[in-house]
Design a protein around this ligand. Structure first.
Ligand code: SAM
Length: 218
């Protein structure tokens, strides 16, 4: 099936307003705002719901999952400090919107999704938009050790703790961003790998994600 992408003035205008809102809410990394300003978020929605695509809300994408709220996507992306050429592992591809932002920022992205329907959708849609990450289907709660180490690891679902197995897949100087808490709310955590055995952990704001489901999670 061929996908038809139309980015009209109406959607472009709504996108500009969303970027202004994200700036007002405290997102200040211009590279992140530029990438989000370029990627048509409505391409990740059924046409019936295009009027919801530029609201700062999470939205159902089927199979009990959501496309994350734009503010959350911007917040997590900013924390990653993506540099061109960074090797990034994303756990929880979902709609693929966040994946496109990482690719747009110049990262070499390895993205894993456990739900086959979402995986089968994104492997068609993203390349159709010109974004070509490495796609994987399966439980990413233990990372993808075969392709480690990574400069950055992003978890887009809520975990009960920071999985040690993910920390071991970071390069020295690498950063993990992961929401950690119970099923109702999670704190955004960043972990910097300082040396072979040392890590610096910072706890930030509260969010609500769908749960990370897998062997090394719930
Ligand atoms: N950032 C994504 C977006 O922009 O669409 C939203 C991701 S959604 C909040 C979280 C995703 O993580 C869901 O698609 C879910 O199926 C996936 N997920 C949960 N546990 C997982 C696991 N162990 N391995 C891989 N994916 C997982």
């Amino acid at each position: 099936m061929a996908y038809k992408f139309i980015d009209n003035y109406r959607e472009q205008g709504a996108r500009k307003k969303l970027i202004a809102l994200l700036r007002d809410k405290g997102i200040s990394d211009e590279k992140v705002l530029k990438a989000m300003g370029k990627i048509p978020r409505h391409f990740f929605f059924d046409e019936t719901f295009w009027n919801q695509a530029y609201k700062d809300i999470a939205f159902p994408i089927g199979d009990g999952q959501t496309i994350s709220q734009p503010y959350t996507v911007a917040y997590q992306t900013e924390l990653l400090h993506i540099q061109k050429g960074d090797k990034v592992l994303e756990i929880g591809t979902g709609s693929g919107y966040q994946t496109c932002i990482l690719v747009e920022l110049g990262a070499k992205v390895f993205t894993i999704e456990r739900q086959a329907n979402l995986f089968n959708h994104t492997i068609k849609v993203l390349p159709g938009m010109g974004y070509k990450p490495h796609f994987f289907l399966g439980d990413g709660s233990g990372g993808i050790p075969e392709h480690a180490p990574y400069d950055k690891i992003l978890v887009t679902a809520g975990a009960p703790m920071v999985p040690q197995i993910l920390l071991k897949q970071l390069k020295i100087g690498g950063i993990l961003v992961i929401p950690v808490g119970d099923e109702k709310s999670q704190k955004m955590i960043t972990v910097l790998r300082v040396s072979e055995s040392d890590y610096e952990k910072i706890e930030l704001d509260t969010f609500r994600f769908v749960p990370l489901v897998g062997d090394k999670a719930w």
